[in-house]
Write a protein that binds this ligand. Structure first.
Ligand code: NDP
Length: 275
């Protein structure tokens, strides 16, 4: 019988994960089935218990269950611990191991797929929610000269900066103060959820000046207000989060199956033109 995996979220109808993992399985000759589960908003544990009882080997987790999955696990990887959330689980007998590949997926997309170096460069990240938190350690491990974290609710960014203080040059700012920090960011990353509602974080005009890359974590939204603003300021490279999505999936696949699929073809298939 084929090994079983799934993605769980709510809603789940638009998830690309079954398509991505199905393609990876064909590309690597792995015998597995991959489903989409619409998890109940109350009753995550019971639904996952059931899936495990049926012999499942692993689970990807999307909104709103990343904290539930973190709490459900009985072993945590370093990146899951640091992210405070799990986007992937592996089931091995009584072991329920949690991982979080979102941050490494984002870094791989920026540095490998888009070919933009972060080492020794100035990086600006907008947002201090779950995605930003998961990206902090992988970003700092790239050894940027400076990582500026800005958030609407400043206290959340301050708390993150305190937690990650020992890992590298992390600076916190509110949007209003951002204009006073020296301009000249090489990479500007939108890890807020503003684009999901067609909103633009209150950025001062100078943040994109001279930037090589503007990266939007949301995907499938075309040219978001953030990407439009970056384009208007002359940023040459614009990207949305589809590459991050596929790269985190490839990390999960490799962790489960011991073989890393190539990602270029899947990214190309899922990419919606930014226009
Ligand atoms: P959270 O809800 O955890 O955090 C949302 C963040 O956005 C907070 O920092 C919030 O600020 C900020 N925010 C929301 N609206 C605005 C606004 N109008 N102006 C300024 N800041 C705003 O969300 P996630 O971290 O889970 O997700 C963030 C984004 O990343 C989403 O677009 C999501 O789709 C995307 N994502 C993409 C993935 C991929 O694979 N490509 C994977 C995971 C996420 P405050 O704290 O003040 O409320």
């Amino acid at each position: 019988m084929s090994d079983r995996y799934a993605v769980i979220g709510n809603p789940i109808g638009f998830s690309k994960s079954p398509l991505i993992h199905g393609t990876f399985a064909r590309m690597t000759g792995q015998d597995l089935v991959y489903e989409a589960i619409e998890g109940p908003l109350n009753g995550f544990n019971e639904r996952v218990d059931q899936f495990r009882t049926e012999g499942a080997k692993g689970l990807n987790i999307t909104a709103p269950f990343k904290l539930d999955a973190f709490a459900y696990a009985n072993e945590l990887s370093e990146s899951a611990k640091r992210a405070g959330a799990a986007n992937c689980l592996k089931f091995d007998g009584d072991r329920i191991v949690a991982e979080n590949f979102d941050g490494i997926g984002l870094v791989r997309d920026i540095t490998v797929n888009l070919g933009v170096k972060m080492t020794g460069r100035r990086v600006l990240m907008l947002g201090a929610g779950g995605a930003a938190r998961g990206a902090l350690l992988p970003f700092l491990r790239q050894e940027p000269s400076e990582l500026v974290l800005v958030n609407r609710t400043l206290s959340k960014a301050v708390a993150l900066a305190e937690e990650f203080a020992g890992f590298g040059p992390l600076i916190v700012s509110g949007y209003a103060e951002l204009a006073d920090l020296a301009e000249g960011y090489d990479v500007v990353v939108n890890a807020t959820s503003a684009s999901l509602r067609g909103e633009l974080p209150p950025l001062p005009g100078n943040v994109f000046r001279g930037a090589e890359l503007a990266y939007e974590l949301a995907y499938g939204k075309g040219l978001t207000p953030f990407l439009q603003a970056a384009r208007a300021e002359g940023v040459a490279k614009l990207a949305d989060g589809v590459g991050m999505l596929v790269e985190q999936a490839a990390e999960a696949f490799a962790w489960w199956r011991g073989v890393r699929p190539s990602t270029a073809q899947v990214i190309a298939e899922l990419t919606v033109p930014l226009s």
